[in-house]
Design a protein around this ligand. Sequence first.
Ligand SMILES: C[S@@+](CC[C@H](N)C(=O)[O-])C[C@H]1O[C@@H](n2cnc3c(N)ncnc32)[C@H](O)[C@@H]1O
Length: 380
Amino acid sequence: MTVKTLEGLEEVLAREIQEIGGSDIVKGLRAVHFTGDNAMIYRANYRLRTAIRIFKQIDTFKFSNMDDFYVKCMKIRWELLMNLNDSFVIQSTVIQSEFFKNSMFASLKLKDAIADRFRQRTGSRPSVDTTDPDIIFHIHIAGSNCTISIDSSGESLHKRGYRQSQGEAPLNEVLAAGLLLLAGWEGKSDFYDPMCGSGTIPIEAALMARNIPPGKFRKNFAFMTWKDFDRELYDSIREEVEPTEFGFRIYAGDINASGMLTAKSNARNARVFNVISFSAGDFAASDLQLEGALIMMNPPYGERIRLDDTAGLYEKIGHTLKHRFTGNTAWILSSSPEHFHKIGLKSSSKIKLYNGALECSYQKFDLFEGKRKMLVKKEL
Ligand SMILES: C[S@@+](CC[C@H](N)C(=O)[O-])C[C@H]1O[C@@H](n2cnc3c(N)ncnc32)[C@H](O)[C@@H]1O
């Protein structure tokens, strides 16, 4: 199986795969490969928080020219994978191929092979549907190597099903879950996101803390249209996970009071409203008393959300953390080194991540006083 993820989350995804029982785990770029049966495919789609999409490998071969490619594709027993009346689509990635100058051409060649095999056997062929196909195949060609896979997820797995409305610049749910796992969040302390927008980070934090799987609210996965889909097995995999009690509190704030309504409604959809305390207001005026908590925020970068005084906002964040939240740990995701410079605190860890196409840094700040002293870069 190949599990796609976001760049920088490969390590946490590999750990997640290990926890659900995957074997032969190998990390790649924006992907992790592992071995497992159909039960593992269902489990992986239902439980992996940092997976974007999961592919099951059908075949892998070398080819010497386009005819050879077609013949090898014709030999695959497509009739075991789909019915004549199933619609399908082929997505392809081609890297440095002397035979396929563009990926569309590889898709067409494979489509011909599938259609011809069915026609030979039944006199008829399944049809292609690019908008709502039953089955999604994927070809990956690198030089003369070809791997053909079937997409088991369908819609990207970041679409959990709880976020029906969103504010400005919402975080991808997979990225939010990745931020939490990178920070070591296990639901063993209080948690605070003072700039929660549509609530993605606190909701993902609450789902983890209560052991609610990310697939809980999703109605469809692509594997449900597979010929061998086993509903009973899928139901038993859903029952493997028991929600747990969470003995701490999650706090979520935002200066935009109307945006908080969105966050609240998303939290209700995710059935975690009762563990999150929402309160609208400026982070700089927050009167929360926290000790040993994990603080996480994704402030505006001044790119997608325009700001009058970006530097001032980051200075305020640093000042508030330093003066109001000692005794806690903070993690901040932002785009520019200049923003971190304005925070004025020295980070103890830095991780490169991407928020969409935007390169970001995710930094940790240990807000402890005393012997280790809070690492202040300059007096604010
Ligand atoms: C990039 S968005 C956060 C998006 C959020 N992570 C999500 O998934 O929807 C930044 C948020 O910071 C909020 N914000 C800006 N300045 C703030 C301040 N001083 N105090 C609290 N929230 C603030 C904005 O209203 C905005 O919702």
